[in-house]
Design a protein around this ligand. Structure first.
Ligand code: ZN
Length: 144
């Protein structure tokens, strides 16, 4: 089967890099194949973020588990099935699946359209304050 004309093997590109931020892009989400990891390009210190796409009927070719990191999978488009050890369940656009350390996981696209997802990997139990228990509202000139 030939690839559609819009097919493009994306790569992670650094768009802007400041002293206090990094802006990277994996490009159009409907235009890539496989998996892209952004931690290195973004210089992230608290988590690894990857973008993944699975074509119709395809699963990740292996199960894996993590020793210290929890993973949160966010399904952006498409639908499929997710397996954690012996538990199997349906997932679709908008699903968020948290997977603990020390268990096997895999996912498969069962929709006709590709399933695109983000996986955020961070040390299990590492989150202290968050949202309003960590954020301060600050005074800053709006230059947008
Ligand atoms: Zn993983």
């Amino acid at each position: 089967m030939s690839k559609p004309n819009h097919y493009n093997m994306n790569e992670v590109k650094i768009i802007n890099d400041g002293e206090k931020f990094a802006h990277v892009s994996v490009g159009k989400l409907n235009g890539f194949d496989g998996k892209l990891f952004v931690k290195e390009a973004a210089g992230s210190t608290s988590c690894e973020i990857s973008f993944g796409t699975l074509p119709a009927g395809v699963s990740v070719p292996f199960f894996h588990s993590h020793k210290e990191n929890e993973e949160n999978y966010i399904i952006l488009s498409g639908a499929g099935r997710f397996q954690v050890n012996e538990d199997v369940f349906e997932i679709s656009e908008g699903s968020v699946i948290r997977v603990s350390t020390g268990c096997d996981r895999n996912l498969k696209c069962t929709s006709t359209e590709p399933m695109t997802y983000i996986c955020i990997q961070a040390k299990e139990g590492s989150l202290g304050g968050y949202t309003m228990t960590d954020a301060n509202i600050t005074e800053r000139e709006n230059m947008l």
